[in-house]
Design a binder for this molecule. Structure first.
Ligand SMILES: [Zn+2]
Ligand SMILES: [Zn+2]
Length: 438
């Protein structure tokens, strides 16, 4: 969505410049009202759900040393090779706007020794991420994610609890038709063997692969399994399956998770091609797919990454996490989110004195909730009533010279057009009762 945001600079030393209209950087998604109200309602539901499961919020830096992402996400990935906003700052350091949240959460987990105070750490974040991708529907260069990570628990019960919680999030938001796809990527014992098998297979099918997959074949062969290029899909159709290569522990871990999900009544499909584009995953990986989103159809994704904390300089710590694409989530939420509450009444002053009299009442009433609107221009009654009607308020409280003399307002029911007198002293109670009738 291209947003026209008119910001016109003129005068003040800019006399010699032409009028300029400055716009956002292409693909940087901004959220304007009323959409921002809908976003906050969804954020609140996310926070409530996660805090119910014992998660606490982390508010992290947007900018990180580039090395963090090169070491965690992996050098031979689309994100690191092509999509990061990386620049050299004034001290000649290479910095990057975060392309995802997990690496930063792990960096913080290590930096602040969060594992020392708690055996299990459950952390969540909400915020913008940045990737230089081709902007298209539902995909932006500044986009937003809700994400969570659990540190210190290697049991498949943790994977199951987190996936059930995500399914509950979709349920809470009345999102239907979301499918869970699951896979296991094995561990440091069994994955190297599978990598060798796959490398071997890919070297025999070089001709069918795209340039990226051919080049990455030696370093990151798994990436070819989820390459979106149709020729690669065909080339890997007969490739060895990770499921056959799992060691006994990984097999039990995955089977345990699948059994718990089945018990919880959560439908899922095992997808041996699901490897995710990032290097750090071990064992469980998953995506929640929504058909309504078309080709870019993952609305949430994540998995287990039992080695990453250690690889980024911390103690060996198992971990599991996920991220939800906020823009895509909002495409699925539709109109099911609760409508905005409208003010109950418009205060309509017909003179300067009436405005002066109504102003303290107006600010007092709105201290508790959005109860009233007040026009600071005492225009004609007709134009004020028209505006009140447009704003959708249920009552108009009209105050002209006569009402002012009597210490009362003329209370007009906007639907029935019925008008009654309402003493100033009773306005607060009257509106407070109507407010709760919603
Ligand atoms: Zn294994
Ligand atoms: Zn490819």
């Amino acid at each position: 969505m291209e947003i026209d945001y008119p910001l016109v600079l003129t005068g003040f030393g800019l006399r010699n410049m032409k009028k300029v209209q400055i716009k956002t950087v292409k693909g940087f998604n901004e959220v304007l009202p009323p959409e921002s109200f809908r976003w906050r309602q969804v954020e609140d539901k996310f926070r409530n759900l996660l805090e119910g499961y014992g998660f606490a919020e982390l508010r992290l830096a947007l900018l990180e040393p580039t090395e963090l992402f090169a070491r965690s996400i992996g050098g031979e990935t689309d994100i690191v090779e092509k999509e990061m906003y990386t620049f050299i700052d004034r001290s000649e350091r290479s910095l990057t706007l975060r392309p995802e949240g997990t690496a930063s959460v792990v960096r913080a987990y290590n930096q602040y020794s969060l594992g020392k105070s708690n055996e299990i750490n459950k952390l969540y974040y909400i915020g913008p991420m940045f990737r230089y991708e081709r902007p298209q529907k539902g995909r932006y260069r500044q986009f937003h994610q809700l994400g969570a990570e659990v540190f210190g628990e290697e049991s498949f019960y943790q994977d199951a609890e987190t996936l059930v919680m995500l399914a509950q999030l979709f349920h809470t938001l009345s999102i239907k038709g979301v499918e869970l796809h699951l896979n296991s990527l094995g561990c440091e014992a069994c994955r190297p063997l599978f990598r060798d098998q796959l490398k071997d297979y890919l070297s025999r099918h070089q001709a069918g692969l795209c340039d990226d997959c051919r080049r990455r074949g030696a370093e990151n062969p798994l990436r070819a399994l989820d390459c979106k290029n149709p020729q690669c899909r065909e080339a890997v159709a007969e490739a060895p399956s990770i499921g056959d290569a799992l060691c006994c522990d990984c097999r039990q871990h995955f089977a345990g998770l699948c059994a718990l999900l089945a018990d919880a009544g959560i439908a899922f499909q095992i997808n041996p091609r699901l490897v995710r584009g990032l290097d750090y995953y071990t064992r469980t990986t998953f995506e929640f797919l929504a058909g309504d989103l078309g080709a870019q159809n993952a609305v949430a994704a994540g998995g287990r990454y039992d080695r990453l904390v250690e690889e980024l300089g911390g103690q060996p710590t198992p971990a599991f996490g996920f991220a939800v694409g906020f823009e895509r989530l909002m495409m699925l939420v539709g109109s099911e989110v609760a409508p905005l509450t409208l003010p109950v009444a418009a205060l309509l002053p017909l003179s300067e004195e009436a405005l002066r009299r109504l102003f303290p009442l107006h600010v007092e009433l709105n201290r508790r909730a959005q109860m009233t609107t007040l026009s600071f221009q005492h225009k004609s009654l007709k134009s004020q009533l028209k505006k009140a009607d447009k704003d959708g308020v249920r009552y108009a409280l009209i105050v002209g010279p006569d009402e002012l003399a009597q210490d009362e307002a003329l209370c007009r029911n906007m639907r029935t057009k019925e008008q009654t007198k309402l003493p100033f002293a009773e306005i607060g109670e009257f509106l407070w009762e109507r407010y709760h009738e919603h």
